[in-house]
Write a protein that binds this ligand. Structure first.
Ligand code: URA
Length: 188
């Protein structure tokens, strides 16, 4: 059963289900339009996100914004959230138990936003949402349909910043997301 936005926000802000809550400055819940038909999901907040409480505002987010602007998206075309809502220390990968503790909040976000397209940013989100055995290098850019929702994954923007050979495929993926977004335009 789903909750309201206000209830979800309250649940996230008061959450102590895992030890990430002990070191967080802010719970990082969302950015963008709550009625968007396109949703991006990252892995978890980094330093800037932890300090500001807003997803994807640091270097990875600025790079993601550039790609989205280049593909013609406007701020209210999409909604962004993460698999875990509190920063893992030193930007390590979120642990399985941290993901398990937090994923219910993301699922409630899906129920409230009701996106037509979900794009996983990086392997952690793809493993959590598409398939635990997801191989990002092989399977990025492939569309999966689940209950009428189109899902795909691309490289995490931080991975692209670390290895610029990933930039072209990431850009191809974002262009494919744009095409799918336009194709489904009439449906929401
Ligand atoms: N990386 C993520 O996965 N999420 C953010 O919000 C920022 C960086």
């Amino acid at each position: 059963m789903n909750v309201s936005w206000e209830e979800l926000e309250g649940m996230c802000l008061s959450c102590h289900k895992c030890s990430l809550s002990e070191t967080r400055h802010n719970v990082v819940i969302e950015r963008g339009s709550r009625t968007a038909r396109l949703m991006f999901v990252g892995e978890g907040p980094g330093e800037q996100e932890d300090l500001s409480g807003v997803p994807f505002v640091g270097p990875a987010g600025q790079f993601l914004d550039k790609l989205l602007i280049a593909a013609g998206f406007e701020d209210d075309d999409y909604y962004i959230a993460n698999v875990v809502k509190c920063r893992p220390p030193n930007n390590r990968d979120p642990l399985e138990e941290e993901q398990a503790a937090c994923i219910g909040y993301l699922r409630r976000q899906f129920l409230l936003v009701r996106p037509k397209i979900i794009v996983c940013l990086g392997r952690i989100a793809a493993k959590a949402l598409i398939n635990p055995d997801f191989k990002i290098t092989k399977e990025r850019g492939v569309w999966f349909e689940r209950k009428g929702i189109y899902m795909c994954a691309t490289f995490h923007p931080s991975a692209v910043l670390r290895d610029m050979s990933k930039k072209k495929p990431a850009w191809e993926d974002i262009k494919a997301v744009r095409r799918k977004f336009d194709e489904l335009r009439e449906e929401k």
